[in-house]
Design a protein. Sequence first.
Length: 630
Amino acid sequence: MFTGRGLVRAKYVTAGDFVLSEDGRLHRVHRAWSTQTKKKAVRLFPFGWTQGVGVTVDHQMLTRRDGELVWVSAGELQAGDKLLFRRPKEDGCFPRPISNTELTPGFCRFLGYFLGDGCLGRGDSYIHASFGDPSRYLDDYIALVKDEFDRKVCVDGPESCRRGRFGHRALGYFLGEHFYEGMNNGRQGGGGRLKFCPAWVVPAMDDSCCREFIVGLMQTDGCFSLRKGRSLPDASFKQVSPSVTQAFFLACARIGLHPSMDWSEQTTREICGRAVSARPFWKVRFAGADIITLMKLCGMKPPKMKRHLPQQYSFDGDWFETPIRKIKNEDAALVYDFAIEDVHSFSMPWATAHNCWETVERCTRRCFNDPEHGSCPIYTFCKGKAHHCDGFIPTEDFVDKVRLIDRERFEVEWLNQRPARDRLVYSTFDNARHVMTPERLFSMSGVAYPHAIWQRVSGLDFGAGPGHPFVYLKLAQIPNTGAWLLFHEYAAEQRLMSDHAKAIKSSPFWAPNEWIFSDWSAQERIELQHMRIRCRPATKDVLMGIDYVRSLFRGFPPAEVPMLYIWHECSFVIGEFGLYRWPSHPDGRIDRSGKPLKVNDHSMDALRYALYSFKHKPSRKYRVRRMRGI
């Protein structure tokens, strides 16, 4: 797993660790525990990986079905299905001691050299590097130190093991403080400790810095080996430091490379009567076209290939998709579970897994007419799933948590649904469920198009300039069900108000007395008033209006049939449903406390104005007079 302290096996992840999640950022582990289970398990082997991962059959894995990101139980996966890993985001949740401008490509290449072959000496004042035989990057290292730090490298040692050193007190203290395990362990070659690459390093790099960082590490710990009978060499990278290996892997992911990875446990051998232990190491392997890209980065001339090299994965700029090579059934004995804050998911080098529902303890209550607690208040959400859980969250706390959230948030955080749509304001909108066609309308109401006698209401959002269109929407209420149907849209920008007025009057079933709720811009409303179009100021309670529109999409219990539909020809509105989003905090958490982002919101505002304002429209007032003597 990717953590704030490097690559860590699942059994060594503890509470308080930061792990990489489905949003490409690091999130804190709330709790980690292991349980003995009798559930069936499967071991998934993706292409290019010799060591798979074992998961229980009900564990949720992120995959893509019909172009949509969905969570699927591991027991339902088949060979050929693709597992997803998200490219890490450029911003992380760890403070950066240096700014982005100081991370130059030259410094990043030097950092790769140092993490591979470097060490510190003389109270962190000198930086040493061992070049081995042959000294393949000695000249480049000398020129790099001269250009970046204006220092001269002193080279000594035999030809079989050349050593170079230069003095730089500020750089030495910086490397000793941040790039060794523990507090300032850089003296005397790190005091026998492993070098450490902090979690903020790769997110602080741009793509050019990532390329130079990869080159530096490949020159030191990488290997290109040509096997007999093959024209393309094997490319690999081996490191004992899990944090350096993780930084190398994530830097490759930042530029679109997706290698495979294996690990080796610690081994002990007896040599000359003494037990000698070898540290565990991580090995990163490249395949196919990635080898050609890597050779070009390292300044090597790749061979000419007679055929196209196939990719073992696909990359769309955000997600890596690795197909499953085979699935093996096995018996699960000891399983590891984690409770991750906010997103409830964690990333492995080739897949993303979800851990949330199993964190609830087994519920012993009855769903209906429990003698002590009565009927379950969250049965419409849980539907008895808590009876099969084996986690740690008490049932009382689970009930209290669920009663404070809506169905949309429950489906995202607890049922592992719609992971990529969590930031959408109207993530419950579904084309298959909410887009109305003539055939579907005929089956519901007996007509193929809204009728003139149906109750109508309109919403209007004034445009403010280029990129901010004038939007007019018209809705009608289906008599049989009471559901609303948005059947007409008009969106235009950089036009005169008279043009907008003409378009409104030419809309279907236009009447001078129809309900039109608009933005509070007085000047535009006055202009439309002069053109005999009366607009009423809308009720502008944003969060309450959004909740009301979402409740119409969701429907009301017990049937939960949608009460809002969009006509299939209203493409502008349908497009903005997939773009209208909540803002996010710097650490990636979604901020639903305020207003949504003020982009791609014009039809969304007009829709909210119409529906929420019509619900709270003033009622008619009557004056009663009594007459006597008649």
